[in-house]
Design a protein around this ligand. Structure first.
Ligand code: ATP
Ligand code: ATP
Ligand code: CA
Length: 219
C-alpha cells in the first residue's frame, strides 16, 4: 500500500529510512536544513526541501498534517528535534516517529506527544547482543514483557525428519509454530504432520524463556 512520509533530517538514519521507503514504492518528502545533505536525495525522494524544521511556519507551509507518517530524524540538535516534534504534533500530524539520542531525549519526546520514539543505537546494541547469544535466531519480535515471536533456524540434526506433532513443540515448549521457511518457500500455519528438514527456518510464538530454550535446543 502506498503511503506518504515526511522525513525531517537526512543524516545516516533519515537517509537510510528514505532510501528504503522509496525502494519499496512509497511517497517520501525529505527535509533538511543543510543543502548538501538534501542534494544527496534530490534524485531519489519524491520531493526534497531545504528548510529549518524548528521554525514555526516551515512545517505548516509543507502541510505536515497531510502526511501519513512524519519521522523526526534529527539527533544531535536536541532543541531542533524537540521543536520539530512539537510543531508537527501541534499542526495535527497523525503518526510522529521521533529519534532520540539518549534516555533524557527519549523521555522528552514521549512527553511532548511523539507517537513512537526510537533509540537506534540502544536498540541495535540489544539486537547485536541477541544475535551473538543466539546466532540461529534470525529475527526476534518482543510481543510483550513475557511473549515473543522468533524465526529460528534448525541446526541440530536431531530435529531433521521429525514432524511438529512428533516433536510435540506445543506441549513441550508451549510454542506455536506459525510458519516454516523451507528453501525459498514459506509454509504458513503448517500441519502438525509437517516434517522438519535441514536448514528449515521456523517461526514460533510463545513465552520468551521457551523461545530461548527452543533456540538453544535446536542449535
Ligand atoms: P545520523 O546519526 O542519522 O547521521 P545524527 O543523529 O548525528 O544523525 P544530526 O547529524 O545532528 O543527527 O542530524 C541529522 C540531520 O538532521 C542532519 O542532516 C542535519 O542537517 C539535519 N538537521 C539538523 N537540524 C535540523 C533542523 N533544524 N531542520 C532540519 N534538519 C535539521
Ligand atoms: P491438541 O489439542 O493437542 O492440539 P490435536 O489432535 O488437535 O490435539 P494435532 O493438531 O494433531 O493435535 O497435533 C498434535 C500435537 O502437535 C499437538 O498436541 C501439539 O502439541 C503439536 N502441534 C500441532 N501443531 C502445532 C504447531 N503449529 N506448533 C507447535 N506444536 C504443534
Ligand atoms: Ca547519530
Amino acid at each position: 500500500m502506498k503511503q506518504t512520509y515526511a522525513i525531517i533530517g537526512l543524516g545516516r538514519f533519515g537517509g537510510a529510512l528514505l532510501q528504503t521507503l522509496v525502494a519499496n514504492g512509497q511517497d517520501v518528502m525529505g527535509i533538511d536544513i543543510n543543502e548538501e545533505n538534501v542534494n544527496d536525495y534530490r534524485d531519489i525522494a519524491t520531493q526534497v526541501v531545504v528548510a529549518d524544521a524548528q521554525e514555526d511556519d516551515v512545517l505548516r507551509k509543507l502541510d505536515i498534517a497531510s502526511f501519513d507518517h512524519v519521522i523526526i530524524a534529527i539527533g544531535h540538535n536536541m532543541q531542533a528535534s524537540i521543536l520539530a516534534t512539537i510543531n508537527a504534533k501541534d499542526l495535527g500530524a497523525k503518526n510522529v516517529i521521533a529519534k532520540a539520542e539518549n534516555h533524557t531525549h527519549l523521555r522528552v519526546l514521549t512527553k511532548i506527544g511523539a507517537d513512537v520514539v526510537v533509540q537506534p543505537e540502544r536498540e541495535m546494541g540489544e539486537r547485536v547482543a541477541r544475535k551473538l547469544l543466539a546466532p540461529n535466531m534470525l529475527n526476534f519480535i518482543e510481543l510483550s514483557d513475557d511473549y515473543s515471536m522468533a524465526e529460528i533456524q534448525i541446526v541440530n540434526p536431531v530435529f531433521y525428519g521429525r514432524s511438529i506433532k512428533d516433536l510435540n513443540i506445543r506441549k513441550k515448549f508451549g510454542l506455536n509454530v506459525i510458519a516454516v521457511r523451507h528453501d525459498n518457500e514459506v509454509i504458513v500455519a503448517p500441519e502438525a504432520s509437517y516434517t522438519l528438514q535441514e536448514k528449515d527456518i521456523v517461526s514460533v510464538v510463545g513465552p520468551k524463556d521457551m523461545v530461548d530454550d527452543f533456540d538453544q535446543i535446536t542449535n
